[in-house]
Design a binder for this molecule. Structure first.
Ligand code: HEM
Ligand SMILES: *[C@@H]1O[C@H](CO)[C@@H](O)[C@H](O)[C@H]1NC(C)=O
Ligand SMILES: *[C@@H]1O[C@H](CO)[C@@H](O)[C@H](O)[C@H]1NC(C)=O
Ligand SMILES: *[C@@H]1O[C@H](CO)[C@@H](O)[C@H](O)[C@H]1NC(C)=O
Ligand SMILES: *[C@@H]1O[C@H](CO)[C@@H](O)[C@H](O)[C@H]1NC(C)=O
Length: 192
């Protein structure tokens, strides 16, 4: 009896944990059946934007960085301020400095007409960062997909999540460590 119930417990726990894990798991083929043209649409748009203005590639890559450091890669950097809450994009570090919002909106519109309500804005930012880098001759990487967009964006969180330009080396290392990136990651990403 004890054996049966502990087996039952293990099975239940395993099924429960597997469900939790697979819900949070990103995959490279996430949109293969729901929006097979997603990656192509994003790449074509990025190529077009960067052909028209090389400098925008940097701005687009930076959007992903500034999105991910605040509340994770949830697209929250794209949200606008409301009557009661100042959004991330209006924090001192970002306001008037982040760029490429209209480009992301443009890509989102094209994806919405191709596959309504399927591709998250957070995933668009992740694909765009890769495509912009590749377009300028950088190395490519596989983008894992399936992020869910956040619904809140709070300017004050930018100050406690992103590095300030005045930070010294140890402060920079500590800021990247908070999101699970080590010193080498920080150097490589900053080089990018
Ligand atoms: C290591 C800590 C970092 C600090 C303190 C930092 C700080 C800054 C500052 C102060 C600017 C100029 C903003 C302005 O004058 O408006 C800037 C621009 C920029 N940063 Fe960073 N940054 C860091 C890391 C990164 C990383 C990891 C990336 C991307 C992977 C990145 C991408 C960029 C880009 C692309 C620009 C130029 C944006 C444009 O031309 O639109 N930075 N950064
Ligand atoms: C934010 O506001 C701008 C300007 O009104 C608009 O173009 C953009 O679509 C808005 N973005 C979101 C995510 O609501
Ligand atoms: C962030 O910190 C800067 C510098 O201390 C300050 O001016 C700004 O008001 C703070 N808050 C936001 C939302 O940017
Ligand atoms: C952000 O910049 C815009 C445009 O320059 C300005 O109208 C707005 O007041 C700024 N927001 C903050 C919080 O300073
Ligand atoms: C970096 O700045 C922090 C905070 O101001 C300070 O405590 C630390 O000693 C500084 N580290 C170095 C290596 O300068």
């Amino acid at each position: 009896m004890a054996t049966i119930s502990s087996h039952w417990f293990l099975w239940t726990a395993t099924i429960f944990l597997t469900a939790m894990v697979s819900q949070g798991q990103l995959t490279t083929d996430f949109y293969d059946s729901t929006c097979p043209q997603a990656a192509t649409i994003v790449k074509q748009k990025v190529d077009e934007f960067v052909d028209a203005d090389k400098g925008i590639a940097a701005g687009l890559m930076r959007l992903h960085f500034h999105d991910c450091f605040v509340r994770g890669c949830d697209g929250s950097v794209l949200l606008n301020s409301t009557d009661t809450t100042l959004a991330e994009k209006e924090a001192l570090i970002n306001n008037g400095s982040l760029r490429g919002f209209e480009h992301i909106d443009d890509i989102k519109m094209k994806l919405e007409s191709a596959c309504p309500g399927v591709v998250s804005c957070a995933d668009i930012l992740a694909m765009v960062a890769r495509d912009a880098t590749v377009k300028l001759g950088g190395l490519s990487w596989e983008v894992f997909l399936g992020r869910i967009d956040g619904r809140s964006s709070v300017a004050d969180e930018v100050n406690t999540s992103l590095p300030f330009r005045t930070f010294n080396f140890s402060q920079l290392v500590a800021t990247f460590a908070k999101v699970g990136l080590d010193t080498k990651d920080m150097i490589v990403l900053s080089g990018g």
